[in-house]
Design a binder for this molecule. Structure first.
Ligand code: FAD
Length: 317
């Protein structure tokens, strides 16, 4: 079932989770061990992130270096299929522009369609680690909207090969990313919202937000969306802080602010266990307030911390 159908049929705020594929070398058991404790919360869907290839330099026996392209967390399509089969829960694979040509994207969409997946979260992806700015693949997409338009084309039976005239129409429900604190590259929130709106006009059906630690940022973002004529559901993305290092890492990687009240409390904590307790308590309060405000879904970034998220969600039910 599509994310948008889950939301339309819901009588209360839903719960969903995002997982990362395990590092190469680990099996599906790593995913099941991670997800099993979260199943009691009956998530409506589970998102699986996508990780692009990274360029690495491997030292050879003769002392010179060889450039290799490595995907450390492959398997998004397979994990989605396994999750759907094992738990009978809808899976939402993330689809990115970075590292993909249009033809590779088309093949990935065909695979997803064959295994019965009808949801995708359409994203640009970040610059690869050795690039200062995002660079598309040769014959790839520069912006998420271009990838979105390719999915729309396939939903209309339009394939890259023009000779396919009567192609099967896929039926993907498309979500996109939204940034309550602005995407870091956008010159201002107004411009960011204009691009967001163009993705909705192109066919995206809901927005899933970047993590935030101050609910006011989410409420203002939704208000701004509505004032700009964006009427689709806006799903809040939520994460618990679990160690002190994240006070600096999260703003650096995700370009989000951590409220002073929260950072002061975390800085006073003596151990990471204490930090985790503070992070859980904060996220419980955030979740309760968002639920009371009637958000469609509470979407939790588990990031390998299913026990932490279990402790949050059981307090919020
Ligand atoms: P875009 O919509 O392409 O926007 C990127 C920037 O360009 C923005 O500043 C925007 O304002 C601007 N822009 C948009 N359209 C245009 C245009 N037509 N002309 C000029 N400027 C434009 N990354 C991964 O690699 N894998 C994942 O699995 C993943 N999952 C994510 C899940 C969520 C919920 C979120 C919020 C992010 C996720 N990301 C993931 C990170 C995401 O790929 C990055 O934040 C990326 O930098 C931007 O992606 P986007 O889809 O918002 O890009």
């Amino acid at each position: 079932m599509k994310v948008i159908e889950h939301i339309a049929q819901a009588k209360d705020t839903l719960v969903s989770f995002e997982i990362l594929p395990p590092l190469k070398g680990k099996g599906m058991s790593a995913i099941y061990e991670h997800l099993d404790p979260l199943m009691e919360f009956k998530p409506s869907f589970i998102n699986v992130t996508y990780h692009r290839r990274e360029t690495m330099f491997k030292k050879k026996a003769d002392g010179t270096f060889e450039k290799v392209e490595v995907r450390k967390r492959p398997g998004t399509v397979g994990i989605c299929a396994a999750v759907m089969n094992h738990y009978q829960i809808d899976a939402v694979p993330h689809l990115i522009c970075g590292g993909f040509s249009k033809r590779e994207t088309e093949d990935a969409l065909i695979d997803l369609n064959f295994v019965g997946i009808d949801n995708v979260l359409v994203l640009r992806g970040d610059a690869s680690k050795n690039e200062a700015n995002f660079e598309p693949q040769p014959d790839g997409h520069r912006y998420a909207i271009d990838l979105l338009k390719q999915v729309v084309d396939l939903n209309n039976g339009v394939y890259l090969e023009e000779e396919i005239t009567n192609g099967v129409k896929t039926n993907f429900c498309m979500g996109i990313a939204g940034y309550p604190e602005k995407h870091f590259e956008a010159p201002n929130l107004e411009t960011d919202l204009a691009f967001l709106k163009s993705k909705i006009e192109a066919g995206a059906e809901y927005i899933m937000t970047q993590m935030f630690f101050n609910n006011q940022k989410y409420f203002e973002f939704v208000k701004n969306c509505r004032e700009h004529g964006i009427t689709v559901p806006v799903i809040p993305g939520l994460k618990a802080i679990t160690n002190k290092k994240q006070l600096n890492i999260l703003p650096k990687i995700f370009h989000v602010d951590i409220p002073n009240e929260l950072s002061l409390e975390i800085m006073k904590a003596k151990t990471d266990d204490d930090v985790e307790k503070i992070g859980i308590e904060w996220l419980v309060q955030q979740s309760k307030e968002l639920k009371a405000a009637g958000v469609p879904v509470l979407h939790y970034y588990t990031l390998g911390k299913s026990k932490t998220i279990e402790n949050v969600v059981k307090e919020v039910r």
